[in-house]
Every structure is written in C-alpha cells, then in structure tokens.
Design a protein around this ligand. Structure first.
Ligand code: HEM
Length: 385
C-alpha cells in the first residue's frame, strides 16, 4: 500500500483508504457492562472474519474498519487514551444541533456486494451476541454517479493517493514537529484537550504516542426533508452547496455564498495549507417510513479538522452563518472513534506494551490522558496504578 511504501517500518493501518464501494454497512454497538474483555478479545478476530467472508469473492473487495469509542477505551485499557479520542463534541447552534449519541464500537463495512457486507455484519453480531447492543445500523448504497440523495456528486474534493495518506495517517516524522498549532482555532474544548495532551507528552494529531498507523473517524446519520429540498429551484440548491448540480463544476470563488457547504468546509491552517479529511458518505433510505438520508463518515489524523468543520457548519463562521444544507438535513447521531492500526487490533496489549503504554490489565501503570471532560488533572504523569 502507499502507506507501507512511505513507512516500510510502520504499522499496517486498517483498510481505511479503499476505492469507492457500491455498498456499505455502518454498525454502531454499545458494549454491556462486564463484557469489556469479550469485546477486547473480539478485536483480534475481526481480520479473520473479514478474510473468511471476503475470500469467497475476492474481486468484490470486502473491507472492514473498526473504531473504538472513548468510553470503551477507558473501560478496556488502563493505558492513556489516544489524545484525540474523546466523546463526540455536540455542536449546538442557534438553529441546528449536531447531537452526540452512544457508541462504543464502529464497524465500517464496505464491498461491491451488499450480501458480503451483510454476512460480515451478521458474523460480527454473532460473535458479540450477549455482550453488545446495536445503537445504530445503516445499510448504505451508492446513488447514481456518486451523488447524495439531494442529487449532488459527493466526494469530489477528497484528497487522493499520498494526499489521502497524509490527511488520514499522521506521518511519524511530523509527530515530533507538530505541536498542534491548529487546535487553538478549533474551539475551547479541543484546545483544552490539546493543551492537556501536550502536558501529558502526547502530540496533537498523533494516534497516541507510539501508535502509528492509526486515525480517527467521525460519523453522523442525517435525514433530509426531501419535499422542502425539492421545492427549491436548482439554482437555490446549487447555491447551498457552491457547485453546479448536473456537471458538478465548482462555483467561482466570488459566486460562492458565505453559508454554502463548500465555503464553510474549506478550511486552512495558519500557513495557508488546506486542512483535509477523507469522506465516504453513503445514501440510505426507506420508502415506508419516508426516511431519506446521508450517512456521513470522515477519517482524519487530526480529528480537530473535522471538528472545526462541524463547528463551522452548525455554529457558523462567522457565528450565525451556518450551513444552508442543514435547513434540509437533520443530524440524528454523532460519534467519534479511534481507529487503531491493524497490528493494534490483532494484539492490543502487545502493541500498547511495545509503545511503552502499559497493557490493558489492572496492574499496568495508569497515566491520565487528555480528556475534554476533565482538564483539571494536576499532574498527568503521576502513576497511580
Ligand atoms: C463537500 C455533501 C456533510 C465536509 C461536499 C460536497 C457534497 C457534500 C455534495 C461537494 C462535492 C465534494 O467535494 O464532495 C454532504 C452532505 C452532507 C455532508 C449531503 C450531510 C448531510 C458534511 C460534514 C462535513 C463535510 C458533516 C464535515 C464535518 C465536506 C468537505 C467537503 C464537502 C470538507 C469538500 C469541500 C471542498 O474542499 O470543496 N459535501 N456533506 N460534509 N463536504 Fe460535505
């Protein structure tokens, strides 16, 4: 893979960067109290299950990305939480809200056939039966020429190749240099988390100290008011996005509205470089319940990038200038998950030990980690275990 060529000694990442797949299942689970070790043991089985189903039709390219939520990390490991892993930050604007909803494990399953996605989801459900509850399950599909259900081509501006690798997996060399200058603009909670991380010796944007090949993912399920959207003229719809509907051509800069999706989601760092994420949204829906939706999913090495975009969309930039597409889109879920490397999934305790972060057992040293809920720790380096 591009990642392995770039970092031959690095850990193998999970298959985050795959070509657009026609089908996906998004499975969000909560782990029942007392079943943390069941969940942890299961992490190392996922690769085998994916091979089991995928090998039966390799050309259909089944893949599965597993994410771990903040609460479950704390329940499974005594090792510090990766610095960017915290509960999803709710965005409460004057008009629209992005809620934070429960989720301990995320499975992002993609393939060229829905039956393969479904079979793997079923085996995951079987493997964790009795230990988990399903918080959310969405079966998504690709809609015509990569369009969302609102009719616009979705995914065009995603970074590709090395650009995607850079956006999703932090380059080990950057870890030493990057002191998280981006975080100040990402809101007080994020800045506080970053400050805590710096104190604890972690580096914003890093998976966790010593856990290369990892990334973060944010998911949101949106439902759309299709009758209201369809009542708009095509010109009004195009203004909401800042792109032409049929051709997907981007508006000239001076023609883009301040509350358009493109303006609010085009953000730069202090040096004028684009801050990028890799999205893989999917359409879902049900005629019977008149539900028409977009499942938003975005991976980023620096999760504050996605969080800044969400703040721009919901709170507005400037405040009050919120994203026009939200007048027709309601966020009904919101989750943030740490996506460790494949090596980590296969042997979490081994990887934590190798990284000098202790293991999952109670006997290991507990180093307090940055936590947006608790920025008050007097000395993050104190070992209390
Ligand atoms: C661009 C749809 C939510 C971030 C786009 C585009 C479409 C789209 C059609 C233009 C083509 C493209 O570059 O992909 C949607 C829909 C959403 C949604 C239907 C949910 C209802 C979000 C959210 C974020 C986001 C929640 C970030 C937190 C972006 C970014 C771009 C983009 C970064 C590219 C901007 C650029 O560089 O031009 N989206 N999006 N989107 N969207 Fe979204």
């Amino acid at each position: 893979t591009v990642w392995q060529q770039a970092f031959p000694d690095g850990k193998s990442p999970q298959r985050v960067l795959v070509p657009p797949s026609p089908y996906a299942i998004f499975l969000v689970l909560t782990v029942r109290t007392g079943f943390e070790s069941t969940a942890k043991d299961f992490l190392s089985e996922i690769a085998g299950l994916t091979r089991t189903v995928g090998f039966r039709s390799r050309e259909d390219d089944l893949s599965c990305v597993t994410g771990i939520g903040a609460d479950l990390w704390d329940r499974m490991f005594t090792a510090p939480r990766p610095w960017g892993l915290h509960p999803f930050i709710e965005q409460r604007g004057d008009v629209h809200t992005a809620p934070s909803t429960p989720g301990d494990l995320l499975f992002h399953i993609r393939a060229r056939r829905m039956d393969m996605c479904f079979e793997l989801a079923r085996l995951i459900g079987d493997g964790l039966a009795g230990a988990v509850d399903v918080a959310d399950e969405v079966h998504g599909f690709r809609y015509f020429d990569e369009r969302d259900i609102l009719g616009f081509v979705d995914g065009t501006e995603n970074p590709e190749d090395q650009g995607a690798v850079d956006a999703v997996f932090l380059h080990p060399d950057d870890v030493a240099e990057d002191s998280g200058s981006d975080s100040a603009e990402a809101g007080p909670e994020v800045a506080a988390a970053a400050a805590g991380a710096a104190e604890a010796g972690a580096v914003p944007g890093d998976g966790a100290p010593g856990l290369p090949g990892s990334t973060y993912v944010i998911v949101q399920k949106y439902t759309h008011d299709m009758p209201a959207w369809d009542d708009l003229s095509v010109e009004e719809q195009e203004a909401a996005f800042g792109r032409h509907k049929l051709s997907d051509v981007e508006f000239a800069e001076e023609d883009k509205a301040a509350n358009s999706h493109l303006v609010l989601n085009s953000i730069e760092d202090e040096d004028g470089n684009d801050r990028e994420i890799v999205r893989d949204n999917m359409v879902f829906g049900s005629i019977g319940s008149e539900e028409y939706g977009t499942y938003f999913i975005a991976y980023a090495a620096d999760v504050t990038t996605t969080e800044q975009m969400l703040e721009n969309m919901f709170i507005g930039d400037p405040v009050g200038t919120y994203d026009r597409i939200l007048d027709f889109s309601t966020a009904v879920t919101g989750g943030l998950f740490f996506v460790p490397s494949q090596d980590f999934l296969d042997d979490p305790d081994g990887e934590l030990a190798e990284a000098g972060l202790g293991i999952g057992g109670a006997a290991s040293a507990k180093v307090d980690c940055p936590d947006i809920d608790d920025g008050t720790d007097p000395d993050p380096a104190v070992v209390d275990g």
